[in-house]
Design a protein around this ligand. Structure first.
Ligand code: IPE
Ligand code: IPE
Ligand code: MG
Length: 253
């Protein structure tokens, strides 16, 4: 892939990725699914590095969904262990690269060791000002939206807000992602063309990019290709093409 194919000045601020296909990748090689998850960590490292290098501000990685708790216990346990081991191993590198770690999802549902390790890494990287790496763990959008509704209902009950004050902005403030802009680009690897309960509210106007490449094979060139593809699109936000082309956001070619 020609790396010049993407425009460094028109980068998305926020890219979200559904890292899918670890299990199939491993099976194709006659290996255990867990092997695929281990190899997937190498892709995570590379995509985090490239994102930092090219100046992406926010990278959200879907690492474990609420529904993933329903997988066989051995796989869930292995994924939690891998998470702990990876964070422990990578935190110094994240610091060196000025990466700030965040976690979205039902933190309390994670095993205690995992919560502790994640919290330490979040605290250790809290003052970094480079890439914001957001891990979605025990996350599902329906869970997040339900939590937001509960919070807002509680505030109404306590008389802190009036129902008519509930608007897009207030709703957004009550989501786990309240301090991040919505992703301009969402990538899903491994050929599935569904959202699987990921960022349903925030993806309202994201560009979606699906690739057959399994996550452990998804590396720098694939990522840059996805960004180049995104940059070819016209984002109309309900308007018509002529209106877009007269604004400063018009494509430069
Ligand atoms: C994505 O790969 C990683 C997680 C969901 C944790 P999968 O484990 O879903 O791999 P496939 O989709 O079964 O191949
Ligand atoms: C989505 O992948 C969740 C993550 C990548 C963490 P899944 O593999 O769990 O999604 P489905 O079940 O195929 O939709
Ligand atoms: Mg999958």
């Amino acid at each position: 892939m020609n790396n010049n194919a993407f425009d460094t000045k028109a980068l998305p601020q926020h890219i979200a990725i559904i890292m899918d296909g670890n299990g199939r990748w491993a099976k194709e090689r006659g290996q255990d699914r867990i092997y695929g998850h281990h190899e997937g960590v190498l892709s995570v490292r590379e995509i985090v590095n490239v994102s930092g290098e090219i100046g992406i501000r926010y990278l959200t990685l879907y690492a474990f969904s609420t529904e993933n708790w329903n997988r066989p216990k051995e796989e869930v346990d292995a994924l939690m262990e891998l998470l702990v081991a990876t964070i422990r191993k990578e935190v110094d590198e994240l610091n060196k690269k000025n990466v700030r770690l965040h976690v979205i999802g039902d933190f309390a549902a994670l095993p205690a060791i995992c919560q502790k390790e994640m919290q330490e890494a979040i605290d250790m990287t809290a003052s970094n000002s480079g890439l914001n790496l957001i891990l979605a763990l025990s996350y599902s959008a329906k869970w997040e939206i339900t939590q937001a509704v509960q919070n807002i209902a509680q505030q109404v009950k306590e008389g802190k807000i009036q129902p008519e004050q509930i608007d897009d902005q207030l709703f957004h403030q009550n989501l786990c992602t309240h301090s991040f802009p919505d992703p301009e680009l969402m990538i899903r690897t491994s050929g599935e063309t569904r959202i699987s309960n990921f960022l349903l509210y925030q993806l309202a106007y994201s560009e979606l990019y699906f690739t057959a490449t399994h996550w452990p094979d998804f590396r720098r060139s694939h990522f840059l290709e996805a960004i180049a593809d995104y940059q070819q699109r016209e984002r109309r936000f309900g308007k018509i093409s002529e209106q877009i082309q007269t604004t400063e956001h018009a494509p430069k070619h």
